[in-house]
Every structure is written in structure tokens, then in C-alpha cells.
Design a protein around this ligand. Structure first.
Ligand code: NAD
Ligand code: UGA
Length: 464
């Protein structure tokens, strides 16, 4: 049966990256067998069910099309390794929490374990693809671990970093801005690179498939995330200045974004960026710069993170100040807990830090989110008394403040007259994403606080 496939791909790690990327490869390359393995059985069971382990628009349709045809999810890691020609490694690479580099460097233990497993279960030469985001020159270490085998096997290591964003993963994979494939400049490196180019060329225009040396590919991934995060921190820094000068940060984004050299994307000021990667990857870049003695470079990039922390912290401080300097005993509804819309992912979400600080100030924190309540409960399990309400109307009933922390479309069309009626007065709304009609909210009776704009206040009830 398996003879019908021209190539056999294995992906180790069935997470936010491994699952969607492999589903799309299988969808677009019916003659390639794609198997995705993971040590987490519950995750694999979910991939094999009707209920996907992650919320991602359009994902289930792609999985359904290919699953059982040429897409398989399994916990049989060694068997998968044994039969594969190409192995993508898409395991997690979190920030190291211990020892040298703690708090900044990448924790590569999962990645190295995988490399050793590959050696053990292999009996033929293979191409190993770094899909996880890794520090520059990891491929060198990998080559050493893999090629130190005593079976006479050769493993060619490629770097193929992933640029998908959560919430738009499927369209990003179907129509990527580019696919990047790095290899060693040797003959076998170039041949392996060509094999991977041929896979992507099944649906990605050839001119969008960029090839490079393996170190450039590894470092490009960290740099891409650092530049994106830096744009958000830059506009957030300007938002604070706007609040002091009556300028409007959205008008500034529009004005500067019209300059094609700057570009319009990633200029939305917010309560802060979150997600599993921006912070981790910028810190990793900082660590690599420090390790090379480049202290100014490290410090420059570290400010992207400091500015982001500052933005979230000052959002909470503004909430407290506007609440007559105390939120103790007050019900505060947080609408949105995911780190962005259209995902249930809450890793490094700014909402966690907002909830934590308000809880420490003894507020009665209510969390609402259409997809992330499950993850929120896990993240906040150590905080007693937090209330979870999927229904935004129930969440806001009896609250004195509402904060929008995720830009879910549904929050734009809520009945805010009804919400206002059921709140304690003076009712305050803090739009941490600048997605609401602020003038309308003000006319309803809310005191409206927004990012990078003067608040709209009914002066008799407002403090700032
Ligand atoms: P994830 O935590 O969702 O998934 C990783 C999976 O790997 C987990 O299911 C885990 O059980 C599995 N795993 C760990 N060790 C294993 C082993 N030895 N054998 C088998 N399975 C193992 O992580 P993710 O969000 O998919 O990220 C994976 C990598 O991709 C990271 O390096 C990340 O930086 C990068 N990345 C993530 C995104 C994103 O949007 N999440 C985008 C681009 C790149
Ligand atoms: C990001 C990158 O966009 C992807 O290219 C990359 O592959 C991925 O990280 C990764 O390596 O994990 P993701 O974190 O899923 O993707 O989502 P983004 O759309 O980049 O948003 C990140 C955070 O920045 C979110 O909290 C978002 O709300 C915030 N953001 C984004 C803003 O506050 N303002 C903006 O203008 C844009």
C-alpha cells in the first residue's frame, strides 16, 4: 500500500505548526505520504477526531480532505522515523528556565532528544528539516549529533523556518509571502534543498521559494519576528506620547503607513503583543548577541520586550487610576483572553498579565472569550476567585469596568446599550485594541479609555 507514495515525510511534533503545515503539504501533494507524530497521545487522538486540538479557521476542512488518504497522525515515533525520507522537526523550543542562559536562551532539550531518537530508529540516509525556530548555528550541532552515528548513515540538515501566524495559518500556508529553505553549500546539501523546493513548488510559485545558506535561514526567522515585534513596540511607544499630546495613534498609523517604505501592516497599537514566539525569539536574539559580545545589539533588541511589558503594565495602571485608585471588590470584565483573535492560544497573552495584576489588586476578575476559556482556566489555575463566562453579557453584568483585550470581531457588534444598563455606574470601558466605536460608547454613557488617544469622559464622573 505504502509503495504508491513517491516520498514519505514525517513530522515530529503535532502542535500549532506541525499539524497545520503538514496538513497543507498532504493536501497539496497527494503523492507524498505525510505522517505527524507526537509524544502527546491526547493531541494525536484529537488530530484523528472531528474536534481539532487547536482552533484555527479552515484547518478541519484541510485535515478532513487528506486524513486517511496521505495524511496520518500517530504516536508511533520510531516506526515513523524508520520509513521516512524527509523528517521535519517541529517540537517546541521554549525559553530556557534554568542554568546558563536562563530566561533568554532557547531550551533545546526537546530538539536534541529528537535528534538522538532519529539516529536510533534510522537505517537509511535521511533529510532532516528544522521547522522549529532555533538559534543560528543549531544545524551545526544537529549535524554533529546525527552524523556521529556508528551505522554509516548520512543526515543532511536543512532549515525551513515557518512564518505562519495563528488565526490565519491556513491562508498563510496556502499563499505564503515566501518559503525559505536553507542548506549547506555542499553537493549533498544542495540536492536535499532541491528535494524540498520540489515539494513546495507543488503550490507555491517558484519565485516565492527563497533558498539560502543554512545559517541565514535560521537567523532570518529570529530577525523576522524581531522586526514584527519591534514595529508593535514602536507604535505602542508612540501611543503613550499620543495620550499626552492629544494626537491620535490610529491617525498616525494611517499617515506613516501610507509611506510604502514603512508599509501599513503591524502598526496597530494595543495592550501589548503576546503569543508563544515574539518574546521568546527576541530574547533568543538578545542572548545570541550577548554571547557574541555584542552588548549594544543585545540592548537594542531587549528594549522591544521592555516596551511591551511597559505597555501592558501601564494599561492596568490606567484602569486602576480611572477606578478612583482602587479596584478592590469591584467586578471587572475582561473581554478576550487569547493573544489575538481567531485562536484559542493564550501563550504569553497580555490578558494573563492584566488579569494577574487586577487579581492582586483584589478585583473580582471575570474572563470571557469565545475560544480560550479552557486555556485561561489552566493559565490562571493558581488564582482563586476568578470567574469565567463565555457569554459577554453575563460577564459584564454588575461590572464597573470592561476591558477589551482581544480584537474578536464579535466584540464590535455587541449591544453596548444593554451592557451599559447592566453595569455599575459610572461605567468604564477600556479598549485595549481600539476596535470599538468610541464616540457611540461615550454617547451611551460610558467613560471611554483607549490606546493612544485622549479618553472620552463624562467629566463629573471621571478621574483622568
Ligand atoms: P507546540 O508546543 O504547539 O507543539 C510542539 C509539539 O511537539 C508538542 O505537541 C509536543 O508534545 C511535541 N514534542 C515535543 N518533544 C517531542 C518529541 N521528542 N517527540 C515527539 N513530539 C514531541 O509548539 P508550536 O507552537 O507548534 O511551535 C513549534 C516550533 O515552531 C517552535 O520552535 C516555534 O517557535 C515555531 N513556530 C511557531 C509558530 C506558531 O505560530 N505557534 C509559528 C512559527 C514557528
Ligand atoms: C507571529 C508572526 O506574525 C509569524 O510570522 C510567525 O511565524 C509567528 O509569530 C511565530 O514565529 O510564532 P503570531 O504570533 O501567531 O505570528 O501572530 P501575530 O499576528 O504576529 O501577532 C502577534 C502579537 O502581536 C499578537 O498579540 C497581536 O495582537 C499583536 N499585534 C500584532 C499588535 O498588537 N499590533 C499589530 O499591529 C500586530
Amino acid at each position: 500500500m505504502s509503495q504508491q507514495f513517491a516520498t514519505k515525510i514525517l513530522c515530529i511534533g503535532a502542535g500549532y505548526v506541525g499539524g497545520p503545515t503538514m496538513a497543507v503539504i498532504a493536501q497539496k501533494c497527494p503523492n507524498v505520504k505525510v505522517t505527524v507524530v507526537d509524544i502527546n497521545k491526547a493531541r494525536i487522538d484529537a488530530w484523528n477526531s472531528e474536534e481539532m486540538p487547536i482552533y484555527e479557521p479552515g484547518l478541519y476542512e484541510v485535515v478532513k480532505e487528506a486524513r486517511g488518504r496521505n495524511l496520518f497522525f500517530s504516536t508511533e515515533i520510531s516506526a515513523g522515523i524508520a520509513e521516512a525520507d524527509i523528517i521535519f522537526v517541529s517540537v517546541n523550543t521554549p525559553t530556557k528556565q534554568y542554568g546558563v542562559g536562563a530566561g533568554k536562551a532557547s531550551d533545546l532539550q526537546y530538539w536534541e532528544k529528537t535528534a538522538r531518537q532519529i539516529v536510533e530508529a534510522s537505517s537509511q540516509n535521511k533529510i532532516i528539516v528544522e521547522k522549529s525556530t532555533l538559534p543560528v548555528r543549531t544545524a551545526e550541532a544537529m549535524e554533529r549529533v546525527l552524523n556521529a552515528n556508528e551505522k554509516g548513515l548520512h543526515f543532511e540538515v536543512l532549515s525551513n523556518p515557518e512564518f505562519l501566524a495563528e488565526g490565519t495559518a491556513i491562508s498563510d500556508l496556502h499563499n505564503p509571502d515566501r518559503v525559505l529553505i536553507g542548506s549547506m553549500e555542499t553537493e549533498s546539501g544542495q540536492a536535499a534543498r532541491q528535494k524540498l523546493v520540489d515539494i513546495f513548488a507543488n503550490w507555491v510559485p517558484r519565485e516565492k521559494i527563497i533558498t539560502s545558506n543554512v545559517w541565514s535561514a535560521e537567523l532570518s526567522k529570529l530577525v523576522a519576528n524581531a522586526f514584527l515585534a519591534q514595529r508593535v513596540s514602536s507604535i505602542n511607544a508612540i501611543s503613550e506620547l499620543c495620550e499626552k499630546t492629544y494626537a491620535d495613534v490610529q491617525e498616525i498609523s494611517r499617515a506613516i503607513g501610507a509611506d510604502t517604505r514603512i508599509g501599513a501592516k503591524f502598526l496597530n497599537s494595543s495592550v501589548g503583543f503576546g503569543g508563544s514566539c515574539f518574546k521568546k525569539d527576541v530574547l533568543n536574539l538578545v542572548y545570541i548577541a550577548e554571547s557574541n559580545g555584542l552588548n549594544e545589539v543585545a540592548e537594542y533588541w531587549e528594549w522591544v520586550i521592555k516596551m511591551n511589558d511597559h505597555q501592558t503594565n501601564r494599561f492596568v495602571r490606567n484602569m486602576i487610576r480611572a477606578s478612583f485608585n482602587t479596584v478592590a471588590g469591584k467586578r471587572i470584565a475582561l473581554l478576550g483572553f487569547a493573544f489575538k483573535k481567531d485562536t484559542g492560544d493564550t501563550r504569553e497573552t497580555p490578558a494573563f498579565y492584566v488579569a494577574k495584576q487586577l487579581h492582586e489588586e483584589q478585583a473580582e476578575v471575570v474572563i470571557s472569550d469565545p475560544q480560550a476559556i479552557g486555556n485561561a482556566k489552566i493559565d490562571l489555575k493558581d488564582f482563586d476567585g476568578i470567574v469565567y463566562e463565555i457569554d459577554p453579557y453575563a460577564a459584564t453584568k454588575g461590572a464597573s469596568s470592561v476591558a477589551i483585550l482581544t480584537e474578536w470581531d464579535l466584540y464590535k457588534t455587541l449591544d453596548y446599550e444593554k451592557i451599559y444598563k447592566n453595569m455599575v455606574k459610572p461605567a468604564m470601558i477600556f479598549d485595549g485594541r481600539n476596535i470599538l466605536d468610541h464616540q457611540k460608547l461615550y454617547e451611551i454613557g460610558f467613560n471611554v479609555y483607549r490606546i493612544g488617544k485622549t479618553p472620552l469622559l463624562h467629566s463629573e464622573t471621571a478621574l483622568i
